[in-house]
Ligand binder design. Structure first.
Ligand SMILES: [Zn+2]
Length: 165
């Protein structure tokens, strides 16, 4: 169930994305927040361009910070909040990290396909097929605030911003 904490945390992620990256989709304003027991363990903003690192997605940055904050690699019981449905890499990383919930704003159908590494396989497939069976995934929280930060399904993003082409 979506509750106020979920909305507050997605709002926090949106604010962070906009504060660090602005609202131009070309700057990839994607942010993530990791929360456990009502406390923020870590936040992350997409850093792929700055760090020349294809793995520096907002969720990965946040999971790294959360592991540091927790003092161990697994953060059982934590929720990963992200402004955009996580890609396969970030979903897998969440599974390895022991995350219990993933909550996101804009979903795969709300944005351009450039944000995903695969044409058909979705985050939901990874979660459904994982050995970990206590991970839940929920989307569409504050989608109206998240989706405008990204290229829409029918937009024609400049080729240089497309990572998967
Ligand atoms: Zn990702």
């Amino acid at each position: 169930m979506t509750d106020n904490l979920d909305q507050d945390m997605i709002r926090k992620a949106v604010d962070l994305a906009v504060a660090e990256k602005g609202t131009d989709p070309a700057n990839m304003p994607i942010a993530a927040v990791v929360v456990r027991d009502g406390k923020v363990l870590a936040t992350g903003v997409n850093r792929t361009a700055q760090d020349c690192d294809a793995t520096a997605h907002a969720e990965i940055v946040a999971l790294r910070g959360a592991g540091q904050a927790a003092g161990e690699m697994r953060i059982e019981g934590a929720t990963l909040y992200t402004t955009l449905q996580p890609c396969g890499m970030c979903t897998m990383a969440s599974i390895w990290a022991g995350v219990s919930r993933i909550v996101y704003g804009a979903g795969r159908d709300d944005v351009h396909g450039m944000y995903f590494e695969d044409r058909h396989l979705s985050t939901f497939d990874f979660v459904a097929d994982a050995f970990k069976d206590d991970l839940t995934l929920e989307g569409g929280v504050l989608v109206e605030a998240c989706a405008p930060l990204y290229y829409g399904p029918d937009d024609d993003p400049p080729e240089e911003v497309q990572g998967n082409d």
